[in-house]
Ligand binder design. Structure first.
Ligand code: RP5
Length: 180
């Protein structure tokens, strides 16, 4: 279920949101909260909506049809099962759409992966891994960073941190190896 807003989140929401995050149900928040948390980490404001390709198609289509004029630059859509949400949103916008297949259910998320990634030619959805909510945010930030040097710099710092963490892991492993 969606958690209550913290004060820091409220401050960020005062900025014009650049990313529209849509999910098929509040049960997808388990994964999509990683998307919102990562966007916040990079100080990227977003709007969050629940809309379903099957249960509320008019809302979903309306959100994507008006997203560009509202100032959004990227849409991220997470859905599980017969996950048509990202594709339906992509049908009505020229903004880049990133799809997050949500895991779980009888098929473990493979259904959502196939439904999200297997788009017909002409209507792309950039699909991340099952439950890849964090990478969806990072990909959106990389798209925004094409025009925002400050975000590009923050991404470079983030990648340096990742590399440092690998070295720390390597060092820890060395200390665990048996000494001859
Ligand atoms: C999908 O059905 C949603 O994206 C969600 O992953 C799944 C189950 O929805 P609920 O029954 O939990 O509302 O459309």
């Amino acid at each position: 279920m969606l958690a209550a807003k913290e004060p820091a989140a409220k401050a960020l929401e005062a900025l014009p949101p650049k990313v529209l995050v849509v999910m098929g149900s509040d049960s997808d928040w388990r994964v999509m909260k990683q998307t919102v948390a990562t966007l916040r980490e990079f100080q990227v404001a977003c709007a969050v909506e629940v809309a379903s390709a099957h249960r509320s198609p008019e809302k979903a289509l309306g959100l994507s049809a008006t997203a560009r004029e509202k100032g959004f630059r990227v849409i991220i859509a997470g859905a599980g099962g017969a996950a048509h949400l990202a594709g339906v949103l992509a049908a009505k916008t020229t903004l880049p759409v990133i799809g997050v297949p949500i895991g779980g259910g009888a098929l473990g998320g493979l259904d959502a992966l196939y439904a999200t990634v297997q788009m017909p030619a002409g209507v792309p959805v950039a699909t991340v891994a099952i439950d890849g909510g964090k990478n969806a945010a990072l990909l959106a930030i990389q798209i925004l960073a094409l025009r925002e040097p400050a975000l590009a710099a923050a991404l470079a710092t983030y990648k340096e941190k990742l590399a440092r963490q690998v070295e720390e892991k390597s060092a820890r492993l060395q200390s665990l190896l048996p000494q001859d």
